[in-house]
Write a new protein. Structure first.
Length: 416
């Protein structure tokens, strides 16, 4: 019989799995994985055209943190499909590793005295930001993907600022701890309990082991593998997508036929009134250089049309393979309001949709000038379906799905 103990006592913690080897293996996996998450996250930020404020990036007071290094390109057309697929799928896959890592060091949270010196105090504050930041980023990310924007509009700045706080603490922690983690990995083996006994992570009075350290690690890896195998398919079509049972846009396609690929928000969900999309009612308004042109869908069909095979790739990580879009190149619409060949500017695109996020988006001139960037009227050989944006929608190579505005009503060309 042990007498009741508090978590502040080292002998309270009894798992024989805890120790520097276990913590170091998980730490090194997270070092690589979180670095990839941070880089792909920054790429996603750049892909939103953050300088074309305020419609795309409404992050307040972002200051220096709002930097990005280049205008998001339009080639290769699957670029965002790749970077954001990696961001979301890897983030989900790392959840068991993160939880196991936190579990492995939790006794340290309770050590007394809480602060031994100034340096120790600073390290503890950075650990608070690290652990809090990690839980915050993983939680907001998962909620966004699974619950379709639990905090509409605010997910973006929360995840953005959270990432900077978290990553600053992560770098400080890595600089302090990586040399030791690598030494641990070199000198300790999974079962090297004897050499580990002096470490503060090792339980001084452990219960008999129910699983070896390698076994515990295998369990964590198995959890990651299950999450990966039930998520990664959301970046592919057909039978592979059906394996993504944990992903909201995994599983079977929403229908068959030309429009039978993933839909983010249906026309009904965002309140598109189909009477407003009829041939009699709908007009596209194109503005720029002081000119305004109004076109019916039939008039758009008389302009030279072009086809492009392009995917839809959502910030939530899912994507479709190439679909065949057909419509009017955006640069030709810029010409209609007076911009010369090769001189098309940025454009603000507004939807018929009156409420909710994503009803407008700004595209950069390099996107407007790409001949594959279309105001699409057809997909896969037929009229757009209502849910994919009939009567007309934007499709731009390599851009995040959110920039591909559906049910377009107005386009305003100019330097944004
Ligand atoms: N008007 C409008 N356009 C929109 C959206 C929206 O909610 N409203 N969602 C965007 C997002 S986030 C994505 S990923 C794509 C999805 O296009 P799809 O539903 O045709 O696959 O549409 C984009 N266009
Ligand atoms: Mo999206």
């Amino acid at each position: 019989m042990h007498k009741p103990e508090l978590p502040t006592s080292p002998t309270f913690w009894r798992s024989s799995v805890r120790g520097p080897w276990f913590t170091s293996v998980l730490g090194v996996v997270l070092l690589g994985g979180i670095t990839v998450l941070f880089v792909t996250g920054l790429l996603s930020y750049a892909a939103y055209n953050p300088n074309l404020s305020p419609v795309n990036d409404m992050t307040p007071d972002k200051g220096l943190l709002g930097f990005y290094l280049f205008s998001w390109p339009t080639t290769p057309r699957w670029l965002y499909r790749l970077t954001q697929g990696v961001h979301v799928t890897l983030g989900i896959t790392l959840i068991p590793v993160l939880l196991a890592k936190l579990w492995s060091v939790v006794p340290k949270l309770f050590t007394l005295p809480p602060v031994r010196s100034l340096a120790h105090g600073l390290e503890r504050v950075s650990l608070l930001l690290l652990v809090g930041g990690a839980l915050f980023e993983f939680t907001t990310g998962v909620l966004n993907v699974q619950l379709d924007y639990l905090f509409p509009g605010s997910f973006y700045p929360l995840h953005f600022y959270g990432a900077w706080v978290f990553f600053a603490a992560f770098v400080a922690h890595a600089v302090l701890r990586v040399p030791m983690a690598l030494r641990n990995l070199r000198h300790l083996r999974g079962e090297g309990q004897r050499r580990e006994t002096e470490d503060e992570l090792v339980a001084p009075d452990p219960d008999p082991p129910t699983v070896s350290r390698r076994g515990a690690l295998g369990f964590v890896g198995g959890g990651s593998l299950v999450l990966f195998a039930t998520t990664a398919g959301h970046s592919f079509d057909g039978p592979l997508r059906e394996t993504a049972v944990l992903a909201p846009h995994g599983g079977p396609e929403p229908g068959s036929g030309p429009g039978g690929f993933q839909i983010n928000k249906t026309a009904a969900v965002v309140g598109i009134d189909m009477r407003e999309t009829s041939e009699e009612a709908w007009r596209l308004v194109v503005e720029g250089r002081g000119r305004t042109v109004r076109l019916s869908r039939d008039e758009l069909l008389e302009l030279p049309l072009r086809s492009a095979a392009l995917p839809i790739a959502c910030v939530e990580g899912w994507s479709t393979s190439d679909q065949w879009w057909r419509g009017v190149p955006l640069r030709d619409l810029a010409r209609l309001v007076g911009y010369e060949e090769g001189a098309a500017p940025d454009v603000l695109v507004e939807s018929l949709q009156r409420h909710g996020a994503f009803r407008h988006a700004a595209l950069r001139y390099n996107q407007v000038r790409d001949p594959r960037s279309l105001l699409a009227l057809f997909v896969n050989g037929e009229d757009l379906t209502p849910d994919h944006g009939y009567p007309a929608r934007i499709i731009v190579p390599a851009a995040p799905g959110v920039l591909n505005t559906k049910w377009v009503a107005r386009m305003t060309f100019g330097d944004l």
